[in-house]
Design a protein around this ligand. Sequence first.
Ligand code: BV8
Ligand code: ZN
Length: 254
Amino acid sequence: MSDTEHEAALQQAADWLRLAERVCVLTGAGVSAESGVPTFRASDGLWEGHRIEEVATPEGWARNPKLVWQFYGARRANVALVKPNPGHFALVELERRFGDKFTLVTQNVDGLHSVAGSKNVLEIHGSLRHTRCTVCGAVANRALEPLGDAPECPQCRGLLRPHIVWFGEGLDDDIWMAAMEAADACDVLLVVGTSAVVHPAASLIPISKRRSKEVPAKVIEVNLTRTEASAHADVGVYGPSGETLPKVLERLNA
Ligand code: BV8
Ligand code: ZN
């Protein structure tokens, strides 16, 4: 993409956001990449030395819960050391502009949007900071403290699991319903740092286009490369989101 095309894409994204009444954002691992959190696809199926099926599926958990906790313990320790990047902060500023007409749907479990100051965040794949008891179901925010490889529920001493949506598991109904409503109602959908491969998250993109109302949303893709989402995108802003999102906000505020 030439500099002229890149500048035009930044300006187009800012112009559509200026005209928007309701904005929805869908983020994936790419928005946290510049903070030092590894993405998924870059690891071509191997993720921190583990096969995803071994550690991010109910079968993997049933087979070896200690291994799963070692994997999530390592990710909790990694995330404890990282900070939000300018891309996260640009989305905080965008929310300040749109107030309660802004929804941030994230596939990420690193919590960095909330750490940066985003308020209306839907963590559709769960959270590294939370545990869920496999016996009494209690969900607790355990921050990023070390939990070992077989943590027990303080209430009932049952085995805790990560409060994460694994492959093959359904999403929380209320959270997913809210995400679909936000995608359906928005005038602009900003898709940031996702390969748009994982479902049902990726279906938010066509949902924003389908929109039961008269005008489909404008979809702005912010990524390093074209992805599965590109076919639905009305404009692509290509470059690291820690650089491109602040540039869009600069033009929006100009
Ligand atoms: C469900 C928690 C049914 C885990 C996650 C075929 C076979 C088997 C299964 C399926 C299949 N087809 C569909 C499925 C279903 C499956 C699925 O979609 N699989 C995919 C892989 C094909 N989906 C599910 O299993 C879902 N559940 O369907 O259940 C059901 C229904 C009802 C009732 C019961 C059961 C559950 C999906 C949730 C899985 N859990 N996360 C954990 O984190 O430990 S998903 C996981 O992938 C992460 O959440 C991650 O966010 C997400 C998606 O990945 P991305 O975020 O997009 O990251 P990725 O690395 O792929 O891309 C990064 C992008 O960033 C790239 O485009 C890159 O270019 C860009 N980038 C990099 N750096 C930057 C950047 N962009 C900008 N700036 C940068 N600096
Ligand atoms: Zn319990």
